[in-house]
Design a protein around this ligand. Structure first.
Ligand SMILES: [Cu+2]
Length: 162
């Protein structure tokens, strides 16, 4: 009396043996692919942080005053313009998008002059600054990163000369 599930031929016996062996499970393969992806993401993030420190911002756009912004502050931290003149200002963010505080975005804002310029990670943008007709000094700031406006290292000084 042979039961329905008992192997009755040699071929069936081999098949039954194969069925009992653990297969390299697709779940296990997925897991190693996932680990690989995580490692790749971490490597890219680390490279991004290093590159931020290594890459110079490059020459200023033609005829523009270049101001670089990073988590460390503005470089240069001061500029002066003649009253009533218009100058091009190239705002550069040297930070990568991997910065958790602001994602590499920086701002150059002067409330009194209605200026609020923003620049994304590792990029630059040229803005036109029209100086007021009367001399004076103004503070610009970045409100995006590092405690924002209250942080003295994320500030700069604009001097409007006669
Ligand atoms: Cu900033």
């Amino acid at each position: 009396m042979t039961g329905k599930h008992a192997p009755s031929t040699a071929a069936e016996a081999r098949q039954a043996k194969r069925d009992r062996q653990p297969l390299p499970s697709p779940r296990r393969q997925l897991r190693s692919i996932a680990y690989g992806l995580v490692a790749a993401v971490i490597a890219v993030a680390a490279l991004g942080l290093v590159a931020t420190r290594l890459l110079p911002a490059g020459p200023a756009a033609a005829g523009a005053v270049q101001i670089q912004a990073s988590m460390g502050g503005f470089t240069p931290g001061a500029m002066s313009v003649k009253a009533g003149s218009t100058v091009s200002v190239e705002l550069v963010s040297t930070d990568s998008s991997f910065h958790s505080d602001g994602g590499g975005w920086h701002e150059m804002a002067i409330d009194e002059l209605g200026i609020d310029w923003k620049v994304g990670p590792e990029s630059s943008k040229v803005f036109q600054l029209t100086a007021p007709t009367t001399p004076g000094t103004y503070t610009w700031y970045c409100g995006i990163c590092c405690g924002g406006r209250a942080n003295p290292s994320m500030q700069g000084k604009l001097t409007v000369t006669a």
